[in-house]
Design a protein around this ligand. Structure first.
Ligand code: PLP
Length: 399
Protein backbone atom coordinates (compact mmCIF):
# COMPACT_ATOMS: atom_id res chain seq x y z
CA UNK A 1 0.00 0.00 0.00
CA UNK A 2 1.20 3.47 -0.87
CA UNK A 3 2.42 5.18 2.32
CA UNK A 4 0.44 8.35 1.65
CA UNK A 5 -2.77 6.47 0.92
CA UNK A 6 -2.37 4.47 4.15
CA UNK A 7 -1.81 7.52 6.32
CA UNK A 8 -4.63 9.50 4.63
CA UNK A 9 -7.04 6.65 5.26
CA UNK A 10 -5.95 6.40 8.89
CA UNK A 11 -6.49 10.13 9.39
CA UNK A 12 -9.88 10.07 7.67
CA UNK A 13 -11.02 7.14 9.75
CA UNK A 14 -10.08 8.80 12.98
CA UNK A 15 -10.91 12.45 12.34
CA UNK A 16 -14.60 11.98 11.78
CA UNK A 17 -16.08 12.24 15.24
CA UNK A 18 -18.73 9.61 15.25
CA UNK A 19 -22.17 10.04 16.72
CA UNK A 20 -23.72 8.81 19.01
CA UNK A 21 -21.47 10.19 21.72
CA UNK A 22 -19.44 7.22 22.88
CA UNK A 23 -19.21 6.95 26.67
CA UNK A 24 -18.68 3.20 27.01
CA UNK A 25 -14.89 3.00 27.21
CA UNK A 26 -14.95 0.23 29.81
CA UNK A 27 -16.53 -2.01 27.17
CA UNK A 28 -14.03 -1.15 24.45
CA UNK A 29 -11.92 1.72 23.13
CA UNK A 30 -11.33 2.96 19.58
CA UNK A 31 -7.92 2.20 18.13
CA UNK A 32 -5.62 5.21 18.53
CA UNK A 33 -4.44 6.41 15.07
CA UNK A 34 -0.81 6.17 16.25
CA UNK A 35 -1.42 2.53 17.15
CA UNK A 36 -3.17 1.84 13.87
CA UNK A 37 -0.24 3.35 11.98
CA UNK A 38 2.34 0.98 13.46
CA UNK A 39 0.00 -1.99 13.03
CA UNK A 40 -0.44 -1.21 9.34
CA UNK A 41 3.30 -0.77 8.87
CA UNK A 42 3.92 -4.18 10.44
CA UNK A 43 1.30 -5.84 8.24
CA UNK A 44 2.40 -4.22 5.02
CA UNK A 45 6.15 -3.76 5.38
CA UNK A 46 7.65 -5.80 8.23
CA UNK A 47 5.36 -8.76 7.62
CA UNK A 48 7.97 -11.49 8.07
CA UNK A 49 7.43 -14.58 10.20
CA UNK A 50 8.82 -13.90 13.68
CA UNK A 51 9.36 -17.65 14.11
CA UNK A 52 11.47 -17.85 10.97
CA UNK A 53 14.48 -15.71 11.74
CA UNK A 54 16.56 -17.02 8.84
CA UNK A 55 16.20 -13.79 6.87
CA UNK A 56 16.00 -10.08 7.47
CA UNK A 57 12.18 -10.05 7.26
CA UNK A 58 11.83 -12.68 9.99
CA UNK A 59 14.52 -10.97 12.07
CA UNK A 60 12.72 -7.62 11.87
CA UNK A 61 9.43 -9.21 12.88
CA UNK A 62 11.06 -11.03 15.83
CA UNK A 63 12.76 -7.81 16.91
CA UNK A 64 9.45 -5.96 16.72
CA UNK A 65 7.80 -8.55 19.01
CA UNK A 66 10.68 -8.23 21.51
CA UNK A 67 10.37 -4.43 21.51
CA UNK A 68 6.62 -4.73 21.99
CA UNK A 69 7.22 -6.97 25.03
CA UNK A 70 9.48 -4.28 26.51
CA UNK A 71 6.78 -1.63 26.07
CA UNK A 72 4.04 -3.82 27.57
CA UNK A 73 6.28 -4.81 30.49
CA UNK A 74 7.27 -1.22 31.14
CA UNK A 75 3.74 0.11 31.71
CA UNK A 76 3.31 -2.47 34.48
CA UNK A 77 6.86 -2.23 35.83
CA UNK A 78 7.42 -5.86 34.82
CA UNK A 79 10.14 -7.80 32.97
CA UNK A 80 9.91 -8.15 29.15
CA UNK A 81 10.63 -11.90 29.34
CA UNK A 82 7.50 -12.33 31.47
CA UNK A 83 5.19 -11.02 28.72
CA UNK A 84 3.20 -13.64 26.79
CA UNK A 85 0.89 -12.35 24.11
CA UNK A 86 -2.66 -13.71 24.07
CA UNK A 87 -5.88 -12.91 22.23
CA UNK A 88 -7.06 -10.72 25.11
CA UNK A 89 -7.64 -10.72 28.85
CA UNK A 90 -10.05 -13.64 28.85
CA UNK A 91 -7.45 -15.91 27.31
CA UNK A 92 -4.75 -14.54 29.64
CA UNK A 93 -6.95 -15.34 32.65
CA UNK A 94 -7.77 -18.83 31.37
CA UNK A 95 -4.09 -19.51 30.74
CA UNK A 96 -3.16 -18.24 34.20
CA UNK A 97 -5.72 -20.43 35.97
CA UNK A 98 -4.83 -23.41 33.74
CA UNK A 99 -1.13 -22.91 34.48
CA UNK A 100 -1.73 -22.64 38.23
CA UNK A 101 -3.79 -25.87 38.14
CA UNK A 102 -1.20 -27.71 36.03
CA UNK A 103 1.72 -26.75 38.29
CA UNK A 104 -0.05 -27.67 41.53
CA UNK A 105 -0.43 -31.20 42.86
CA UNK A 106 -4.07 -32.01 43.68
CA UNK A 107 -7.05 -29.63 43.42
CA UNK A 108 -6.06 -25.96 43.45
CA UNK A 109 -7.67 -23.89 46.22
CA UNK A 110 -8.70 -20.66 44.50
CA UNK A 111 -10.21 -17.62 46.23
CA UNK A 112 -11.68 -14.82 44.16
CA UNK A 113 -13.31 -11.54 45.02
CA UNK A 114 -17.06 -11.49 44.48
CA UNK A 115 -16.70 -8.59 42.05
CA UNK A 116 -14.27 -10.25 39.62
CA UNK A 117 -15.11 -10.15 35.92
CA UNK A 118 -17.02 -13.18 34.64
CA UNK A 119 -13.87 -14.13 32.71
CA UNK A 120 -12.36 -15.06 36.09
CA UNK A 121 -15.48 -16.34 37.85
CA UNK A 122 -16.69 -18.57 35.01
CA UNK A 123 -13.19 -20.00 34.45
CA UNK A 124 -12.68 -20.88 38.11
CA UNK A 125 -16.19 -22.31 38.52
CA UNK A 126 -15.84 -24.44 35.42
CA UNK A 127 -12.50 -25.78 36.68
CA UNK A 128 -14.26 -26.57 39.96
CA UNK A 129 -17.02 -28.50 38.16
CA UNK A 130 -14.25 -30.45 36.41
CA UNK A 131 -12.78 -31.37 39.81
CA UNK A 132 -9.58 -29.35 39.35
CA UNK A 133 -10.33 -26.47 41.75
CA UNK A 134 -11.88 -25.84 45.16
CA UNK A 135 -13.21 -22.29 45.12
CA UNK A 136 -14.02 -19.76 47.81
CA UNK A 137 -15.08 -16.10 47.84
CA UNK A 138 -13.60 -12.89 49.17
CA UNK A 139 -16.36 -10.48 50.21
CA UNK A 140 -16.58 -6.77 49.43
CA UNK A 141 -18.37 -3.90 51.15
CA UNK A 142 -21.06 -1.58 49.77
CA UNK A 143 -18.44 0.38 47.81
CA UNK A 144 -16.97 -2.81 46.31
CA UNK A 145 -13.88 -2.45 48.53
CA UNK A 146 -12.17 -5.68 49.55
CA UNK A 147 -13.18 -6.98 52.96
CA UNK A 148 -9.79 -7.70 54.54
CA UNK A 149 -11.26 -9.90 57.25
CA UNK A 150 -12.70 -12.09 54.49
CA UNK A 151 -9.25 -12.29 52.85
CA UNK A 152 -7.73 -13.17 56.24
CA UNK A 153 -10.34 -15.93 56.62
CA UNK A 154 -9.36 -17.32 53.22
CA UNK A 155 -5.69 -17.29 54.31
CA UNK A 156 -6.47 -19.09 57.55
CA UNK A 157 -8.43 -21.79 55.66
CA UNK A 158 -5.54 -22.25 53.20
CA UNK A 159 -5.43 -20.98 49.62
CA UNK A 160 -3.16 -21.56 46.62
CA UNK A 161 -4.32 -18.84 44.21
CA UNK A 162 -6.03 -15.51 44.95
CA UNK A 163 -7.78 -13.66 42.08
CA UNK A 164 -8.29 -9.92 42.56
CA UNK A 165 -8.77 -7.27 39.92
CA UNK A 166 -6.80 -4.01 39.85
CA UNK A 167 -9.93 -2.04 39.06
CA UNK A 168 -13.57 -3.00 38.75
CA UNK A 169 -15.08 -2.79 35.28
CA UNK A 170 -18.53 -1.74 36.55
CA UNK A 171 -18.24 0.65 39.49
CA UNK A 172 -14.57 1.53 38.91
CA UNK A 173 -13.37 0.79 42.46
CA UNK A 174 -9.59 0.34 42.46
CA UNK A 175 -7.69 -2.14 44.62
CA UNK A 176 -4.33 -1.95 46.44
CA UNK A 177 -2.71 -4.62 44.30
CA UNK A 178 0.78 -4.26 45.80
CA UNK A 179 -0.56 -4.76 49.32
CA UNK A 180 -2.73 -7.69 48.22
CA UNK A 181 0.20 -9.34 46.41
CA UNK A 182 2.47 -9.01 49.47
CA UNK A 183 -0.22 -10.41 51.78
CA UNK A 184 -0.86 -13.39 49.47
CA UNK A 185 2.84 -14.18 49.09
CA UNK A 186 3.30 -13.96 52.86
CA UNK A 187 0.64 -16.68 53.15
CA UNK A 188 2.17 -18.83 50.41
CA UNK A 189 -0.53 -18.09 47.83
CA UNK A 190 -0.01 -17.09 44.20
CA UNK A 191 -1.88 -14.03 42.86
CA UNK A 192 -3.76 -13.35 39.64
CA UNK A 193 -4.32 -9.63 39.07
CA UNK A 194 -6.83 -8.76 36.37
CA UNK A 195 -5.44 -5.37 35.27
CA UNK A 196 -7.70 -5.11 32.19
CA UNK A 197 -9.33 -1.80 33.15
CA UNK A 198 -6.40 -0.33 35.05
CA UNK A 199 -3.54 0.00 32.57
CA UNK A 200 -2.55 3.67 32.25
CA UNK A 201 -5.12 4.63 34.87
CA UNK A 202 -3.26 3.42 37.99
CA UNK A 203 0.40 3.39 39.00
CA UNK A 204 1.94 -0.08 39.23
CA UNK A 205 5.03 -0.47 41.39
CA UNK A 206 5.34 -4.06 42.45
CA UNK A 207 8.94 -3.91 43.70
CA UNK A 208 10.01 -7.34 44.96
CA UNK A 209 6.44 -8.62 45.24
CA UNK A 210 5.65 -9.33 41.61
CA UNK A 211 2.21 -10.88 41.05
CA UNK A 212 2.36 -14.39 39.62
CA UNK A 213 -0.12 -13.58 36.85
CA UNK A 214 -1.34 -10.25 35.44
CA UNK A 215 -3.92 -10.11 32.63
CA UNK A 216 -4.37 -7.24 30.20
CA UNK A 217 -6.18 -6.51 26.97
CA UNK A 218 -5.42 -4.45 23.86
CA UNK A 219 -8.91 -3.17 23.12
CA UNK A 220 -9.24 -1.54 26.56
CA UNK A 221 -6.16 0.62 25.98
CA UNK A 222 -6.84 2.01 22.48
CA UNK A 223 -5.30 -1.00 20.78
CA UNK A 224 -7.02 -3.55 18.55
CA UNK A 225 -9.26 -6.42 19.59
CA UNK A 226 -7.74 -9.88 19.45
CA UNK A 227 -4.53 -9.05 21.32
CA UNK A 228 -3.77 -9.06 25.02
CA UNK A 229 -1.08 -10.31 27.32
CA UNK A 230 -0.39 -12.46 30.32
CA UNK A 231 2.50 -11.28 32.47
CA UNK A 232 3.79 -14.25 34.40
CA UNK A 233 7.37 -14.72 35.65
CA UNK A 234 7.19 -18.50 36.00
CA UNK A 235 4.97 -19.21 33.01
CA UNK A 236 5.67 -22.38 31.07
CA UNK A 237 3.88 -22.51 27.71
CA UNK A 238 3.95 -26.25 27.35
CA UNK A 239 2.43 -26.73 30.82
CA UNK A 240 -0.31 -24.13 30.33
CA UNK A 241 -1.28 -25.08 26.80
CA UNK A 242 -1.08 -28.87 27.08
CA UNK A 243 -1.01 -30.30 23.55
CA UNK A 244 -1.34 -26.86 22.00
CA UNK A 245 1.96 -25.96 23.66
CA UNK A 246 3.81 -28.54 21.56
CA UNK A 247 4.38 -26.04 18.79
CA UNK A 248 4.59 -22.25 18.94
CA UNK A 249 2.23 -20.67 16.40
CA UNK A 250 3.31 -17.82 14.14
CA UNK A 251 3.18 -14.74 16.37
CA UNK A 252 0.58 -12.04 15.74
CA UNK A 253 3.30 -9.48 15.06
CA UNK A 254 1.10 -6.52 14.12
CA UNK A 255 -1.15 -7.17 17.14
CA UNK A 256 1.84 -7.38 19.48
CA UNK A 257 3.36 -4.20 18.05
CA UNK A 258 0.01 -2.40 18.31
CA UNK A 259 -0.37 -3.55 21.92
CA UNK A 260 3.19 -2.37 22.66
CA UNK A 261 2.53 1.07 21.14
CA UNK A 262 -0.83 1.35 22.97
CA UNK A 263 0.92 0.60 26.27
CA UNK A 264 3.73 3.02 25.44
CA UNK A 265 1.19 5.81 24.86
CA UNK A 266 -0.52 4.92 28.13
CA UNK A 267 2.82 5.07 29.96
CA UNK A 268 3.73 8.43 28.41
CA UNK A 269 0.33 10.11 28.49
CA UNK A 270 -1.83 8.05 30.85
CA UNK A 271 -1.36 10.20 33.96
CA UNK A 272 -2.09 13.47 32.20
CA UNK A 273 -4.99 12.02 30.25
CA UNK A 274 -6.43 10.45 33.39
CA UNK A 275 -6.34 13.84 35.13
CA UNK A 276 -8.26 15.38 32.21
CA UNK A 277 -10.79 12.55 32.19
CA UNK A 278 -11.22 12.83 35.93
CA UNK A 279 -12.12 16.52 35.57
CA UNK A 280 -14.63 15.68 32.83
CA UNK A 281 -16.05 12.82 34.92
CA UNK A 282 -16.41 15.03 37.98
CA UNK A 283 -18.17 17.65 35.88
CA UNK A 284 -20.56 15.07 34.44
CA UNK A 285 -21.23 13.73 37.94
CA UNK A 286 -22.01 17.25 39.20
CA UNK A 287 -24.33 17.97 36.28
CA UNK A 288 -26.21 14.68 36.71
CA UNK A 289 -26.56 15.16 40.47
CA UNK A 290 -27.98 18.62 39.80
CA UNK A 291 -30.34 17.53 37.01
CA UNK A 292 -31.60 14.17 38.29
CA UNK A 293 -33.22 14.15 41.75
CA UNK A 294 -32.37 11.07 43.78
CA UNK A 295 -29.46 9.99 41.55
CA UNK A 296 -26.94 7.86 43.48
CA UNK A 297 -23.26 7.53 42.59
CA UNK A 298 -22.01 3.97 43.18
CA UNK A 299 -18.52 2.68 44.01
CA UNK A 300 -15.70 3.99 46.14
CA UNK A 301 -15.54 7.72 45.41
CA UNK A 302 -12.12 7.94 47.10
CA UNK A 303 -10.52 5.14 45.05
CA UNK A 304 -12.10 5.00 41.65
CA UNK A 305 -10.95 4.82 38.04
CA UNK A 306 -10.66 8.43 36.82
CA UNK A 307 -12.84 7.85 33.76
CA UNK A 308 -15.57 5.86 35.50
CA UNK A 309 -18.97 7.11 36.60
CA UNK A 310 -21.47 4.54 37.80
CA UNK A 311 -24.88 5.81 38.87
CA UNK A 312 -28.33 4.53 39.79
CA UNK A 313 -31.52 6.44 39.05
CA UNK A 314 -34.17 4.72 41.19
CA UNK A 315 -37.52 4.61 39.41
CA UNK A 316 -35.94 4.60 35.93
CA UNK A 317 -35.27 1.01 34.77
CA UNK A 318 -31.91 1.05 32.99
CA UNK A 319 -32.95 -0.93 29.91
CA UNK A 320 -35.66 1.64 29.17
CA UNK A 321 -33.26 4.55 29.73
CA UNK A 322 -30.71 2.92 27.41
CA UNK A 323 -33.42 2.43 24.77
CA UNK A 324 -34.28 6.15 24.96
CA UNK A 325 -30.62 7.11 24.59
CA UNK A 326 -30.01 4.70 21.71
CA UNK A 327 -28.51 6.52 18.73
CA UNK A 328 -27.56 9.59 20.78
CA UNK A 329 -25.40 8.43 23.67
CA UNK A 330 -23.73 5.03 24.02
CA UNK A 331 -23.51 4.02 27.67
CA UNK A 332 -24.29 0.67 29.28
CA UNK A 333 -25.48 -1.11 32.36
CA UNK A 334 -22.04 -2.72 32.59
CA UNK A 335 -23.55 -5.97 33.75
CA UNK A 336 -24.67 -7.51 30.47
CA UNK A 337 -22.99 -10.84 29.97
CA UNK A 338 -21.32 -11.59 26.68
CA UNK A 339 -24.51 -12.93 25.13
CA UNK A 340 -25.98 -9.45 25.53
CA UNK A 341 -28.61 -10.67 28.00
CA UNK A 342 -29.46 -8.23 30.76
CA UNK A 343 -28.79 -9.88 34.08
CA UNK A 344 -28.76 -8.25 37.50
CA UNK A 345 -25.17 -7.28 38.15
CA UNK A 346 -23.28 -9.76 40.35
CA UNK A 347 -21.04 -6.84 41.33
CA UNK A 348 -23.89 -4.69 42.66
CA UNK A 349 -25.41 -7.74 44.35
CA UNK A 350 -22.10 -8.45 46.09
CA UNK A 351 -22.10 -4.81 47.25
CA UNK A 352 -25.52 -5.44 48.78
CA UNK A 353 -27.22 -2.60 46.89
CA UNK A 354 -31.03 -2.54 47.01
CA UNK A 355 -33.01 -3.74 43.97
CA UNK A 356 -34.04 -0.18 43.06
CA UNK A 357 -30.36 0.72 42.58
CA UNK A 358 -29.59 -2.54 40.82
CA UNK A 359 -32.33 -2.19 38.24
CA UNK A 360 -31.55 1.44 37.44
CA UNK A 361 -27.75 1.38 37.26
CA UNK A 362 -25.89 3.03 34.39
CA UNK A 363 -22.17 2.74 33.65
CA UNK A 364 -20.44 5.65 31.97
CA UNK A 365 -16.84 5.36 30.78
CA UNK A 366 -15.15 8.49 29.43
CA UNK A 367 -12.32 8.28 26.94
CA UNK A 368 -9.58 9.84 24.86
CA UNK A 369 -11.84 11.48 22.29
CA UNK A 370 -14.41 12.93 24.69
CA UNK A 371 -14.54 16.63 25.47
CA UNK A 372 -16.63 19.02 27.53
CA UNK A 373 -19.25 19.31 24.77
CA UNK A 374 -19.82 15.55 24.89
CA UNK A 375 -20.21 15.74 28.65
CA UNK A 376 -22.66 18.66 28.54
CA UNK A 377 -24.78 17.05 25.82
CA UNK A 378 -24.72 13.64 27.47
CA UNK A 379 -25.73 15.09 30.86
CA UNK A 380 -28.80 16.74 29.31
CA UNK A 381 -29.76 13.68 27.27
CA UNK A 382 -29.36 11.26 30.18
CA UNK A 383 -31.27 13.55 32.55
CA UNK A 384 -34.12 13.99 30.04
CA UNK A 385 -34.29 10.27 29.33
CA UNK A 386 -34.38 9.46 33.05
CA UNK A 387 -37.08 12.04 33.68
CA UNK A 388 -39.25 10.71 30.80
CA UNK A 389 -38.82 7.13 31.94
CA UNK A 390 -39.62 7.98 35.54
CA UNK A 391 -42.74 9.87 34.43
CA UNK A 392 -43.97 7.01 32.26
CA UNK A 393 -43.32 4.44 35.00
CA UNK A 394 -44.94 6.46 37.76
CA UNK A 395 -47.91 7.02 35.38
CA UNK A 396 -48.09 3.28 34.71
CA UNK A 397 -48.34 2.63 38.44
CA UNK A 398 -51.49 4.75 38.63
CA UNK A 399 -53.28 3.13 35.67
N1 PLP B 1 -11.51 -8.48 32.86
C1 PLP B 1 -12.12 -7.29 32.96
C2 PLP B 1 -12.06 -6.51 34.23
C3 PLP B 1 -12.82 -6.77 31.86
O1 PLP B 1 -13.42 -5.59 31.95
C4 PLP B 1 -12.88 -7.56 30.66
C5 PLP B 1 -13.66 -7.09 29.50
O2 PLP B 1 -14.62 -6.36 29.64
C6 PLP B 1 -12.20 -8.78 30.62
C7 PLP B 1 -11.53 -9.21 31.74
C8 PLP B 1 -12.17 -9.61 29.36
O3 PLP B 1 -11.31 -8.96 28.45
P1 PLP B 1 -11.21 -9.36 26.90
O4 PLP B 1 -12.33 -8.67 26.21
O5 PLP B 1 -9.88 -8.85 26.45
O6 PLP B 1 -11.29 -10.83 26.80
Amino acid sequence: MNEHVASRNVTQMTMTKSRPIYLDHHASTPVDPRVLQVAIEMMVEDFGNANGVENIHGERAALAVSSAKELVASVLAAEPDDVHFTSGSTEAIQLAVGHAIATHPGPLRVAMSRVEHKAVIDTVLRAERMGMVESSWIDVDDKARLDWSSLERVFSQGVDLVCVMAANNEVGTTYPVQRITSACHAHGAAVLIDATQAVGRMAFEFGDEVPDYVALSGHKVYGPKGIGALLAPKFDRSVAFGLQGAHSPTPNVSGAVAMGRACEIMELEGAQESARLERLRDHLQERLLALVPGLVVNGDLANRLPHNLHVSIPGAPNDVVLARLRGNVSISTGSACNTGAQEPSHVLRAMGLPDAQLESCLRIGLGRNNDINDVETAATLIANAASDVRASFSGADHV
